[in-house]
Design a protein around this ligand. Structure first.
Ligand code: DAH
Length: 339
């Protein structure tokens, strides 16, 4: 075995490239290799010889393995040096490009809205996604037996809390934390137990807005909403209209519509032939909500709005189905690299 050991070590040291080295490795240490056979042979020796023979065989294995590793490292270093010295090697050529992610279209639209509203003096408020019944409903003038609760199918948790069904609970949370004048926006995730289809998701994003000050009027509301929609939909010629809308936490409440961006009002599939697209529920903050926030409605008034971020994003980019947003298809998401 001893002279073969030297023979094997010499063969490893003489291997000219990695392919040859792999062949030698296989012949020695592979499953059917000579050294493996030696190891297997140990068990058929007389019991007294087995420990010493086993130890020697293992040592040989380790030694050969180390020699193979050393030779491989040497050959690799050599081939790298050769490549670096080759006349066609260009060290200034850029390496492989890193793949970079892009912002999700909802994030991009949200960022733009946040930037716009902060430039108008609003601040960003956050609230919990797991909310109490009080802030999600009661403080917003929606008592337990109110039918308005039925349109917001709620995920209840076992301890009586819930996944917030809108960003509106942050209105009263904000009033309780700060004194007027208030100008806040609340972008955030909301949840409803919806049957998912092209325009409904169980998880969706809203951006709440709240202004409370002395002598705030509907005119302030309309102006702010028009400014916001003009920027986010990138249209100077935007036409809006207000219809009465019912939300228990505003009085009066409105549905704000924009003249259909696709057909200009003539009627099409997107506006369901009406010429108008319902886009923004809003209104003047209900006195009961101000009271729940510890604010005197005789002294202060306010307006609020709740924008569906998916809806705005869909309108802006002409996205036909809300399910794309959470579908995780990179081909969809990569189309929005502009922002
Ligand atoms: N929270 C309402 C919803 O999710 C939307 C809403 C309507 C918010 C009117 C408001 C508002 O602030 O004034 O259906």
């Amino acid at each position: 075995m001893d002279n073969r050991r030297q023979e094997w070590l010499d063969a490893i040291a003489a291997a000219g490239d990695e392919a040859e080295l792999r062949r030698i490795d296989h012949g020695l240490l592979g499953k059917q290799g000579v050294v493996q056979e030696l190891v297997r042979g140990v068990s058929s020796l007389p019991a007294a010889e087995r420990p010493a023979a086993g130890k020697a065989a293992n040592q040989l294995k380790l030694e050969l393995q180390a020699a193979l590793d050393a030779r491989r490292a040497h050959l690799q270093a050599e081939s790298l040096t050769r490549e670096l010295a080759a006349p066609d090697f260009d060290p200034t050529e850029p390496g492989p490009a890193l793949t970079q992610g892009t912002l999700h279209p909802i994030t991009a639209v949200q960022n733009e809205l946040v930037e716009l509203f902060t430039s108008l003096g609003f601040t960003w408020q956050d609230g919990p996604e797991i909310e109490s019944e009080h802030y999600n409903f009661e403080a917003l003038n929606i008592p337990a037996d109110h039918p308005a609760r039925d349109v917001q199918d709620t995920f209840w948790l076992q301890d009586g809390t819930l996944l917030r069904t809108h960003t509106s609970p942050v209105q009263v949370r904000t009033m309780r934390r700060f004194r007027p004048p208030l100008r806040v926006i609340v972008p955030g995730r909301c949840f409803r137990q919806e049957t998912v289809d092209a325009s409904h998701e169980h998880t969706f994003f809203q951006m709440e807005g709240l202004v409370v000050d002395r002598a705030v009027s509907t005119a302030n509301l309309i102006h702010t909403m028009k400014t916001c929609l003009r920027v986010i939909l990138r249209r100077e010629d935007l036409e809006v209209r207000l219809r009465p809308g019912f939300f228990p936490f505003v009085e009066p409440g409105f549905e704000l519509d924009v003249r259909c961006l696709l057909c200009g009002g003539a009627g099409c599939k997107v506006c369901k032939q009406s010429g108008w697209i319902e886009i923004l529920p809003c209104g003047m903050v209900h006195p009961n909500v101000l009271r729940a926030g510890g604010i005197d409605p005789e002294e202060y008034t306010g307006f609020a709005f709740g924008m569906g971020l998916q809806r705005v994003t869909m309108l802006r980019y002409g996205i036909p189905d809300i399910r794309y947003f959470m579908g995780g298809d990179l081909r969809f998401l990569r189309q929005f690299v502009e922002v």
